[in-house]
Design a protein around this ligand. Structure first.
Ligand code: AMP
Length: 612
């Protein structure tokens, strides 16, 4: 089996790692750098990726794309609010986000594919062999379409993506926590622009994500900003100069502030010297770690709320967490480590480089897939229920929410009209009873069914959610063997908040939803009995007398009269009465059919038929 690499496709930086013997190792570029900035620049001379693209950010912002991960698998509506953080132009009319760069529009998977391709080439150069298979990590809260978009990006880069793995799971794997017999793990991930907390359960090498929370706009960049503001005020006080209006000076101050912040993770004090010749001054300032801590403490405190929320969602107390893992460059800050330790009452794992830990874990997962470690699986759950639309616009759930994946479900369905040769399959996601209140994931048709009476075709619908959270739906008519399937690739994604909203709405509307559903079911049942009666009358009118025909006709008319009303009890009552009225006719028809069969066919054949 060829080598499988592990890739951390990050918002700010991306990395690739592989298993060197028993240990995972990140792969550096020719200059020895392991972090590839997740930046792509579309210049007139060609496409740049990584460090060189990052340098274009200030000079050519309009053609340089960064943080593309925030747009993966999302629709315009999903990312509208996000746009205030970006200089990008998006096409509002499109369901799938397209980013405008110069005169072309690119999709997020295309941009991510360029980053992945650079990592693939780096790995090939380092290992001296072709690399075609990868495991890629995504945040635990990524939904189907975000995972699918990540897979697409891999495919576009010429990589077979064997598994999409949750970042916190990867980080836990890097620390060997899959070897725990059972336990709970909190993964605290504070990067440059995002904060994620995940609570995982591990048992016999199987990980399950119990809860996630975070803040998509909180991280080291905010610490830098706080520090820059402090320097700006200091320059104004001491030199009487406002650098805030000079973009170039601001950029320099930002870089110097970030460098000082990083030094203060290891040193108690540091000195900053920046010449601003255009303003006739050189700014020189000593800053102590305690001063930085005072500045950023309120921001660090902001990460603790989501931690408590995730704990509550997982129904755990902080003291019940067995292991704490630190991920992301900002967890090098001693204050961050102290706050995390205070909250969970444990010394967090921090021996591995927090920038590399996710990629290292992805390499461990790749090793497991390649057969290096065989005794484990990685689990996750479906955030929302999955099902199909059935007669009357009702959602029939095949896989309930919070089902551990990978999972599959199979149910039998049939047609509702006589002679129907095509069945419309409408795949839905959500918690509401009616199809129209849920999210439409895909539609496809099952064609070529032999014309049969309603209710005769046997259609097996199978849902399969793979370990990456990607849904495959198949419909197969068992008599004709005709099948159709779809891999669900939703055109726009759901945010965490939306998932929550959909679940909450289902509670809020529970009563009216159930009422509508029961009404629709009553009508469906009435239709079945009406059709059966009409068919029976057509075939067996000669088997009953005038009185009976009149009784049946009367019951049928009553049911047809109430069928479209909203009185469910009236519909059910009339259906039951029509059922009763036709009992004798049904028996007479069966007798007649049996007699006919016995008369026209040899006995052995009839027996054979019933046995088979
Ligand atoms: P990540 O998104 O995980 O790559 O983390 C990047 C963030 O980590 C940036 O805000 C960096 O400034 C920050 N960072 C990296 N090294 C350090 C350090 N030694 N001390 C404090 N922050 C750091």
């Amino acid at each position: 089996m060829s080598r499988i690499v592990g890739i951390d496709l990050g918002t700010t930086n991306s990395l690739v790692a592989y298993m060197a013997g028993d240990f995972p190792r990140v792969i550096p570029d020719a200059d020895g750098r392991v972090l590839l900035p997740s930046v792509v620049a579309f210049t007139p001379d060609g496409i740049l990726v990584g460090e060189t693209a990052k340098r274009q950010l200030v000079r050519h912002p309009a053609q340089t794309i960064y943080s593309v991960k925030r747009f993966m698998g999302r629709g315009y509506e999903d990312v509208k609010a996000e746009l205030r953080y970006f200089p990008f132009r998006l096409e509002p009319s499109q369901e799938i986000v397209r980013i405008q760069v110069g005169d072309r529009a690119v999709t997020p998977p295309e941009v991510s594919a360029l980053i992945l391709k650079a990592l693939k080439e780096r790995a090939e150069a380092h290992l001296g062999e072709p690399v075609t298979k990868a495991v890629i990590t995504v945040p635990a809260y990524f939904n189907d379409s975000q995972r699918q978009a990540t897979k697409d990006a891999g495919r576009l880069a010429g990589l077979e993506v064997l598994r999409i793995v949750n970042e916190p799971t990867a980080a836990s794997l890097a620390y060997g926590l899959h070897r725990l017999k059972r336990g709970t793990v909190a993964v605290y991930d504070l990067g440059g622009g995002t904060f994620d907390i995940s609570i995982l359960k591990v048992q016999d090498g199987i990980f399950e994500v119990l809860a996630t929370s975070g803040n998509t706009h909180l991280g080291g960049d905010d610490f830098d900003r706080a520090l820059v503001d402090w320097f700006l005020a200091d320059v104004l006080a001491r030199h009487g100069v406002d650098l805030g209006r000079d973009p170039e000076a601001m950029q320099e101050l930002r870089l110097a502030a970030e460098a000082a912040k990083c030094r203060l993770s290891f040193d108690e004090r540091t000195v900053l010297t920046i010449p601003f010749p255009q303003h006739g001054l050189t700014y020189r300032r000593e800053i102590a770690r305690a001063e930085l801590e005072a500045l950023i403490d309120p921001l660090v405190a902001e990460t603790l709320g989501p931690c408590r929320l995730a704990l509550a969602d997982a129904r755990l107390q902080a003291a019940q967490i067995d292991e704490v893992v630190l991920v992301g460059g900002s967890t090098r800050i001693p204050l961050v480590r102290r706050r995390v330790q205070e909250l969970f009452g444990k010394v967090p794992h921090s021996q591995l480089n927090p920038d590399e830990v996710v990629a290292l874990g992805a390499a461990v997962q790749a090793h497991i897939l390649a057969g290096g470690i065989t005794d484990m699986l990685l689990l996750d759950v479906t955030p929302l229920s999955l099902g199909i639309e059935t007669l009357g616009g009702v959602m029939s759930v095949l896989i309930p929410r919070n089902t551990t994946i990978p999972t599959s479900a199979k149910e039998m369905f049939t047609t509702s009209a006589d002679g129907q040769t095509v069945v419309d399959m409408h795949v839905l996601q959500g918690e509401r009873e009616l199809a129209r209140d849920n999210r439409s994931l895909a539609r496809f048709e099952l064609r070529g069914i032999d014309p049969m009476a309603a209710g005769m075709p046997r259609i097996a619908v199978t849902f399969l959610v793979d370990a990456n959270g990607i849904l495959q739906v198949q419909a197969k008519e068992l008599r004709t063997g005709k099948a159709a399937s779809v891999e669900v690739k939703p055109s726009y994604g759901l945010t965490d908040a939306e998932v929550e909203r959909m679940v909450e709405e289902s509670f809020a509307h529970a009563e009216e939803d159930v009422t509508s559903r029961l009404l629709i079911e009553a009508r469906n049942e009435a239709d079945t009995v009406i059709r059966a009666t009409e068919r029976a009358l057509g075939q067996g009118r000669h088997l009953i007398d005038g009185d009976e025909a009149e009784r049946i006709g009367g019951a049928l008319a009553t049911l047809l009269g109430v069928r479209d009303g909203n009185d469910r009890d009236a519909i059910r009552g009339a259906t039951e009465r029509l059922n009763q009225a036709t009992l004798h006719l049904a028996e007479a028809l069966m007798d007649a059919a049996l007699k006919e069969a016995l008369a026209s066919k040899p006995v052995t054949e009839v027996l054979e038929k019933t046995e088979s």
